[in-house]
Every structure is written in C-alpha cells, then in structure tokens.
Ligand binder design. Structure first.
Ligand code: C5P
Length: 234
C-alpha cells in the first residue's frame, strides 16, 4: 500500500490555496481540503485541485442521522475524491449508510472512507469531563476503530501514537491516517498527542496529515520534502 504525506490546506480561499500550491515543483502533494476551504469555495475548489493532478482527501467529518449522511455522501461521490471521512461517534449504522451513499449505482466506489475516532486535540481528561465518556482514551479509540471496520470502512483517523494498536486489532490493511505530526523540537500548537514524521512511520501510520509545519514554514517545499524523507524514508 502506498504511504504518503497529506498536506492539510487549511486556507480561507482558493486564491490563498493556489498561491500556496504554486510553490511546489516536482512531486504533486496529496492535499487535504477541510471544512474552512470547502465551505468558502464549494465543490469548485475540489474540481480545480483535482484538475491540477493532486490526490484529494476531503475532510468534512460528516456526523448526522444515517439518511442524511447517505444522501450527502451520494453527492460527494460525484467529486471522485480519493478519500473522505465521517465521525465514528455517528455509530455503525451511520457509517454503513455513508458507504452506501459513496457507492455508485454500478456498485463501484472510487473514494476511500475513513472514520475519525477521537480528535487529536482531545485529552482523556476532556473526554471524561466534557463528554462523560469514562473509559480510557485508547479503549475508546479502539472501539471506534473496530466499529468502523465492522461498518466496512477503509480505516480511521487517529493519533500516530495509536496506529500500531489499530493495525494489531483491525489488520495491516486497515488504514491509519494520522494528524498530530510535528518536526522534532517544534511547537505542538493545539495538538496534544503528537509524533515526528519518522516516529509516525515507525509506529505504522499509513498517511500522515501535516498542516502548519508545512503551510506556515518559511520554505513549504523544503518542509514538505523533509516530511516525505522522514516519513517515507526516501
Ligand atoms: O496544522 P496541523 O498539522 O495541526 O493540522 C492537522 C490537520 O488535521 C488539521 O486540518 C485538523 O483539522 C486535522 N485533524 C486533526 N485531528 C484529527 C482529525 C483531523 O488534527 N483527529
């Protein structure tokens, strides 16, 4: 399976995004489009980035009643992005509905579907006090991952710290897509459960999602190449 570095393009506008992407020569980065950019620019931004030859992870984290998620996914399926996601907290029936929605009338599905377990900004303390989830965080992450697998999803978003145990429980083929990546010695910002790109590789992560360490770098191309080198060992 092809491992890759996905750049989180958390920008406000298409203009800012293309200004950023225009910096890159050579390898076309895999791009994550999140809520901020998608809500600002709509499907046009997805089509334009795809047209430029980038792979796309559309990170909209759907979480609603199964029927609504199924219908929303049916609309998103037409964009033919490479990867999209839902919250595992939406339950197994919701995730099954999401798969149904993404599946085209001819039975094919072009978009990988992954589930968010617990956001990497959530600590066990916050989970227990805010959400009243009393179980230990790793147990919750594993339970959500098992639910995602049961529903037929391709993998989960989790911290790189959890990638190994997710593979142990759900199998080597079950994808781990991991944000919460920082270069050695860098500021963690609002991320809590972080590793370096190299450590993410050693822990078995399949895709790392890296935002600010690349988008806010003085030289984004150099930061991206460093990520590729450390994560892929190239
Ligand atoms: O800038 P930074 O590297 O922290 O960006 C991480 C990206 O991954 C952001 O776009 C954030 O929304 C996303 N993400 C996350 N934790 C999750 C799921 C997605 O940080 N569990």
């Amino acid at each position: 399976m092809a491992k890759d570095v996905i750049i989180a393009c958390d920008f406000e506008s298409a203009e800012e995004t293309f200004k950023f992407l225009d910096n890159f020569t050579g390898r076309k980065p895999y791009v994550k489009i999140g809520m901020e950019l998608y809500y600002a620019e709509g499907p046009a931004i997805v089509k334009e980035i795809k047209k430029r030859g980038h792979k796309i992870f559309l990170d909209l984290k759907l979480h609603d009643i199964p029927t609504t998620v199924k219908k929303a996914m049916a609309v998103l399926s037409k964009l033919d992005v490479d990867m999209t996601n839902v919250h595992a907290a939406g339950t197994v029936p919701m995730m099954e509905a999401a798969i149904e929605g993404l599946t085209k009338p001819d039975g094919t599905r072009n978009t990988m579907l992954i589930a968010v377990t617990q956001l990497t900004s959530t600590t066990e303390e916050v989970m227990q006090e805010d959400l009243l989830i009393e179980k230990p965080l790793p147990e919750v992450v594993m339970h959500y991952a098992a639910n995602a697998k049961k529903a037929g999803l391709d993998g989960v978003v989790c911290s790189p710290l959890e990638a190994g145990v997710v593979h142990d429980k759900c199998g080597a083929e079950f994808l781990t897509v991991t944000p919460g990546v920082r270069f050695a010695g860098a500021d963690a910002q609002d991320q809590k459960r972080i590793t370096t790109p190299e450590d993410a590789r050693l822990r078995g992560s399949d895709y790392i999602v890296v935002g600010r360490p690349i988008t806010k770098a003085e030289d984004p191309q150099a930061a991206y190449e460093r990520c590729i080198k450390e994560f892929l060992g190239e």
